[in-house]
Structure formats: C-alpha cells, structure tokens
Design a protein around this ligand. Structure first.
Ligand code: UDP
Length: 322
C-alpha cells in the first residue's frame, strides 16, 4: 500500500492513476484546499486529512499500513509565499515534519518527495544539474530546500530512504483527458494561454519580451505530468538503493512565444496577447540537465515535443471535468 499525500492535486492525482495502472494499491490523502476529490481515481482509497492534524495522519497510517509515502502536499504559489511566508513555513515545513514523525512512529522509512527547480534560485549555468548551488529567492523555494535538508539529516541519523524530485515546469494532462491541471487561482502559462484562446481570459499577458533569449521571452523546460508520474513510480522502486535529489525536466527549452504559437496551431484559434513588464524573480532561462534521473531511475520522458504536451492540455481544457 502506497500513501500519496496530496493525491487529489495536479501531479498527485496523475501519479495515483499511474501507480494503480502498474498494480499498486494506493491511499490518497488530501485536505482538499486546492485538490479535487473528482481527480482521485475511484480504484484508490481516499481520506480527507491535513498534514497539520497529526492525529488524523496517525489514523491513516494505522488503518492502511502503508509501506512507503509519496509526498506532494504543499502550497505552491510563489507570489503568495512572499506575501505570507508563515503560511508556507507552517504548511510545507511543519506539515512535512509531522509526516516524517508519524512515518517514524509507524516504522515507515521510504519517501519520495516533490521538490522543485525553485530551490536553485538564480541560475549560474545552464542546463542546471543537481550540483548547481541552491540559493532559492523566495519562501516557497526555501521551504522545499529545508525539507530536502531535513530528509538528508534524517537519512544520516535514522536511516530514512528518500528521493527528492526537483521538477522544472509541470505541464499537460492525462492522455485520455480524464484528469488535468485545475488551479484556483491559475497562474501557470499554458492553462492561461488556452483560457485566453477560449475567451475565458481577456488576453495572455507575456511577462517581458526584452530578455536575452532568441525571441525576447522567457525560456522554460516543460515536463509532461505523466512523465512526472512515471518518475515517481520509478523513484519508489529505487528508493531502497538510492537516496538523494534528481532533476525532472526534458532538457529542452521553450519560450513563452513558442508556447503561444503551439497553442494557436493546436487549437486553430488566435490567442490575444498583451506584452507586459517582467515578473519579479523570473530568470530568462531555466533548463534541466536530466542525466542523473535517467541514469538512476532508468527514466526517459515520453513527451519531448512541446506540441504534444500542449495538445493534451488543450484536450483537457475543452473537456474539463473540474
Ligand atoms: N508567464 C507569462 N504570463 C503569465 C504566466 C507566466 O508570461 O500569465 C511566463 C513566466 O514569466 C515564465 C513562464 O511563463 O517565464 C512560465 O511561468 P509559470 O508561472 O507557468 O511557471 P514558473 O516558471 O513560474 O514555475
């Protein structure tokens, strides 16, 4: 039995589904603040509980006797983390601390953790490998880095087996359109572009077209959510033999303008665009060196063409279920 904390969220729900397809039994746990109950596959057990409520967590461990945990549950709005850091340190850091304590109490010593390329901060070189200095520039990134450090210390002291997966830009939706990205509020580029195309947003505001990149807009490494799900399953299967941190990205960069072009091509519709000033803290370019994840996990992203990623997102956007 695998416990998926944050199993009703975007990446969590895709991972639950993938694990079930691979024959694992799953219990998804989520406080449903940002998660969606409908996103949780019916084959999985579901418990509504919060990381800050230790007694509820203990009950889940007691009832389901998980052998390992995959931990997605976190607040993840960078801007909000700057305005209300307490909310982030409490939920993300103290929440994870609670989870690790309960794991210890129930002798569960395997965890796969959602980390982020935001732990690197301002890039010093490209592509970014796992040795790149970690100097996050916002509280959100700092919470994730703190948890990485806590897990490394727990490994030394208590033999915790952990893999922290540092995602670049998660994107796309399930191939069959069953589940996909649904944030409230939505801040991510691809869904906002698609919503602008559908007329749900007046336009897409492009944050800066004066960057030192070929078309002047920011370049990111978009990694498909099903490739992330697969990496979590592989990490679960490797965590006995390897503990540490791995980047998850395609290694390929796509600019904001290229995303807009892909979305127009796939939808056959025009995207209303407004050019706006740069967003604070946005580096010009972020791309993963994913060699270590490939080597350690035997993982290979299936979606390497941005058109294919955007196509799944568009398919979800026009048939959204939640
Ligand atoms: N972006 C944009 N307009 C938006 C949202 C995002 O131009 O309304 C840009 C943003 O500056 C970044 C890229 O799109 O270069 C991806 O941003 P997103 O918020 O999706 O992910 P992040 O890179 O911040 O994790």
């Amino acid at each position: 039995m695998i416990l998926i904390m944050g199993g009703a969220g975007y990446i969590g729900s895709h991972t639950v589904r993938h694990l079930l397809d691979c024959g694992y039994e799953c219990v998804a746990v989520d406080n449903l603040i940002y998660g969606h109950r409908q996103a949780v596959d019916k084959r999985a057990a579901f418990v509504q509980a919060d990381l800050l409520d230790k007694d509820s967590l203990k009950k889940v461990f007691d009832d389901f006797k998980p052998e390992a945990v995959i931990h997605f549950a976190a607040f993840a709005y960078v801007g909000e983390s700057v305005l209300d850091p307490q909310k982030y340190y409490l939920n993300n850091v103290i929440g994870t601390f609670n989870l690790l304590s309960v794991m210890q109490e129930f002798s569960v010593n395997k965890i796969v953790f959602s980390s982020t390329c935001a732990t690197y901060g301002e890039p010093k070189y490209m592509p970014i490998d796992e040795q790149h200095p970690q100097k996050p520039i916002n509280p959100y990134g700092r919470t994730k880095l703190m948890i990485e450090k806590i897990m490394a210390d727990y490994r030394q002291a208590y033999g915790l087996k952990y893999i922290a997966l540092r995602y670049f830009n998660a994107a796309g939706a399930a191939k069959d359109g069953c589940i996909g990205e649904s944030h409230q509020p939505e801040t991510h580029l691809i869904p906002l572009v698609l919503q602008a195309i559908k007329g749900q947003q007046k336009s897409i505001k492009v944050f800066g077209n004066d960057y030192d990149t070929p078309d002047g807009t920011c370049i990111r490494d978009y990694i498909h959510v099903e490739d992330l799900a697969q990496a979590h399953r592989l990490a679960l299967e490797k965590v006995n033999d390897f503990s540490g941190c791995l980047n998850l990205g395609t290694g390929k960069g796509t600019s904001v303008n290229e995303i807009i072009n892909a979305a127009e091509k796939i939808s056959g519709l025009k995207c209303p665009v407004e050019y706006a000033s740069r967003r604070l803290g946005d580096p010009a370019r972020l791309c993963a060196n994913n060699e270590k994840a490939k080597e350690i996990l035997g993982w290979k992203p299936e979606y390497t063409d941005i058109d294919d990623i955007v196509r799944t997102a568009w398919n979800w956007e026009i048939n959204r279920k939640f």
